[in-house]
Ligand binder design. Structure first.
Ligand code: WT7
Length: 648
């Protein structure tokens, strides 16, 4: 982190008190912090009682074999029952669970009673296809209600889902199917993106030429486009699920039953399969959704704009909101289809009261202009959330003014795929907010900032963010690789979870997140590892070597800048650069396409052969190059700079 960014944060002195009306009726008040700090485990045991257990747990946390946690281990529950059936049993069957808005403008409302029928049918179909408790199911779907139904059907029968983001390529899908050893894939013919049907099924067909073990592919018909079927393997969802009974009795599963695996990029090697289990995960997803958004299920209309392929979609579209009986909006498409006011049109149409989105989207809306949201009635909004990366104070203030009408609190929620649920965030009825800061560990959560030696830093200083206590929705391990779980998160600081983020405590002790400390880039809120992009580039026949860095970008947070050394046979040309970008897009997905590719003849390396990315980042960000003393050949930076156009 540069000193400049620290200085900018320190200058931020705007403060926003919670609205009096919201504070007076808030779900959670200031005493939750005191209560949780006096008896942390008692606090979480109490939160677990928001759920309906078949067998109530008597043990809260088993930490006898750290860092392998068990929460509520002697309890049993059914996650899907908690998200669906119990609301119907409580007389809320007619409440809308999902207002679905398709990109082309089609819409559909699903009540809790209808959701219960669809989830039961899907569960029966999975059983008929031979999926059993403990199996894994890969889900590769657009943002349509069937995605939610498929996830809940897995949860209902005790199979773990592994949702793969629909923007990922066949190779990325194949490696995830293989690592999780999935038996069934649930996909669609396609989904609507940017005004056109975009195919999904061909990527599955290609992926399945590379991996074994998948017995069936269940295909949702969304776009109606021509779709190749493999006889005996592929089945239409509407046929196979549609003919099932709507009766399915949910069996109770152990609290530690695996609920899902979700892959996240690492700095080195293959993506990590983050494993989440049932009781603790659902407890924290439900509690944080209730506390941080102040959700009133009878009156609120909630909308999280994330894709179901990311953890935000898991915890704050599926599990948290549905466990809480919320009414929510799900939107299939892009924010500028057919016009740049689409989000605000949706807020107006459904009377959205709580909106949860990402800084990269907010910066895009700022770029599109204040006049666009101004054309719509956004007066229903009462709480706004942000997630995915640090939000710049200017974007925060714009969000509050132009979307929140200058009234709504903003909750900047820090968490990760690994944490499963929110960890650091203001509470809308309690916290005096500061633009750009996630501020306070939530009740029951221990987080602080430490220096290189693991010593807690004083207020006003920066270091690394660590989590000091186990939490209910923590990852249980990396799927199939306990050692990597230990090495990645628990070996940097003794007894503490290393989040991989830089952070700073201000004079009040509030936490400001400063981005990743390792080499994972954060592009539009998505983690992409430099290594994965480098590997993709080197996979192209023209490329000999490459080094990739994330350079600060006003819109996407970080932009991918690649330095490549070509093979002798290849020559630098605009066509080649375009070809390389497309190649990365095809290998990893469009989000991983480098914004810039610079052809050079050398890369800066240490004597042990490690690429010094920080020097390349200096170039990419137009700075004077930093300390080069550990380079094997110190002249190499001058050579590289002389080879870059416009960079003399
Ligand atoms: C990384 C986790 C949490 C779901 C989406 C991303 C960054 C996330 C914030 C925030 C500053 C944030 C961190 C974190 N991040 N939220 N409010 N302020 N940084 O999940 O892909 O697992 O990425 O996103 O760097 O470590 P993920």
């Amino acid at each position: 982190m540069s000193n400049e960014s620290l200085a900018n944060l320190l200058k931020e002195e705007r403060r926003f008190a919670p609205p009096a009306e919201l504070a007076a009726a808030a779900n959670v008040t200031a005493d939750a912090y005191a209560q949780a700090s006096q008896d942390r485990l008692g606090f979480w045991a109490e939160q677990a009682r928001r759920l309906s257990w078949a067998v109530e747990p008597t043990e809260t946390l088993d930490w006898s074999n750290p860092p392998f946690a068990k929460w509520f281990a002697d309890g049993t529950l059914n996650v899907a029952y908690n998200c669906v059936d119990r609301h119907v049993e409580a007389g809320q069957g007619d409440r809308v669970a999902i207002h679905f808005e398709g990109e082309p403008g089609d819409s559909r409302a699903l009540t809790y009673a209808q959701l219960k029928d669809e989830v039961s049918q899907a569960a029966n179909a999975l059983l008929e296809l031979g999926v059993a408790k403990g199996d894994r199911v890969a889900i590769y779907l657009p943002m349509i209600p069937e995605a939610v139904v498929a996830m809940l059907a897995c949860a209902r029968i005790g199979a773990a889902h592994s949702v793969v983001f629909g923007g990922f390529s066949a190779d990325a899908v194949a490696s995830r199917i293989q690592d999780a050893d999935a038996k069934l894939v649930i996909t669609a013919d396609g989904g609507y993106r940017r005004g056109k049907p975009s195919a999904l099924k061909p990527a599955i067909d290609e992926a399945l030429t590379k991996v074994d073990g998948v017995e069936h592919v269940l295909v949702v018909r969304r776009t109606g486009q021509d779709t190749a079927f493999t006889e005996g393997r592929d089945l239409w969802w509407h046929e196979t699920v549609g003919r099932q009974s709507v009766e399915h009795t949910p069996e109770a599963h152990e609290a530690e039953q695996p609920l899902f695996i979700l892959y996240t990029s690492g700095t080195t090697g293959k993506p990590k399969g983050i494993l989440h289990t049932s009781g603790g995960y659902l407890t924290q997803a439900a509690y944080t959704h209730h506390a941080v958004f102040d959700l009133k299920p009878e009156s609120d209309v909630y909308w999280c704009t994330a894709d179901i392929g990311w953890v935000t979609g898991h915890s704050y579209i599926v599990y948290g909101p549905l466990a809480n009986g919320a009414t929510q909006v799900i939107y299939e498409g892009t924010p500028d289809t057919p016009h740049q006011g689409r989000f605000w049109e949706i807020v107006q149409k459904y009377g959205v009261t709580i909106l949860y989105t990402a800084p990269t989207a907010i910066r895009t809306f700022m770029k599109w202009g204040d006049d666009i949201p101004a054309k719509f009635d956004l007066s229903s909004l009462r709480v706004l959330g942000s997630v995915g990366e640090p939000i710049n104070p200017e974007a925060w203030v714009w969000y509050r003014e132009h979307i929140g009408g200058g009234r709504t609190p903003i909750v900047d929620t820090w968490w990760q795929t690994e944490t499963g649920a929110m960890m650091i965030s203001p509470l809308p009825g309690v916290t005096e907010t500061k633009p750009g800061s996630a501020q306070t560990p939530l009740p029951g959560i221990g987080a602080t900032v430490v220096d290189d030696n693991g010593t807690e830093v004083p207020n006003g200083s920066g270091g690394y963010l660590v989590l000091t206590e186990p939490w209910p929705s923590m990852l249980r391990t990396i799927w199939g690789d306990d050692q990597r779980y230990l090495d990645t998160y628990w070996s940097r600081f003794e007894g503490r979870y290393f989040a991989g983020d830089g952070a700073k405590k201000d004079e009040d002790g509030d936490i400001w997140l400063l981005g990743r400390v390792d080499d994972v880039m954060l592009v539009s809120g998505h983690n992409i590892s430099t290594t994965e992009v480098e590997s993709a580039l080197v996979g192209h026949p023209a490329v000999a070597e490459s080094a990739v860095v994330g350079a600060t970008d006003a819109t996407t947070g970080q932009a991918i800048v690649a330095f490549v050394i070509l093979r002798g046979t290849a020559t630098d040309s605009a066509e080649l650069i375009a070809d390389l970008r497309n190649h990365v897009g095809k290998t990893l997905g469009p989000i991983a396409k480098p914004k810039q590719i610079k052809v050079v003849t050398e890369l800066p390396k240490t004597r042990s052969g490690k690429i010094m990315r920080r020097l390349l980042r200096d170039i990419a960000e137009g700075r004077e190059v930093g300390d080069t003393t550990t380079l094997a050949d110190a002249t190499v930076m001058n050579l590289i700079q002389s080879q870059l156009p416009g960079n003399s």
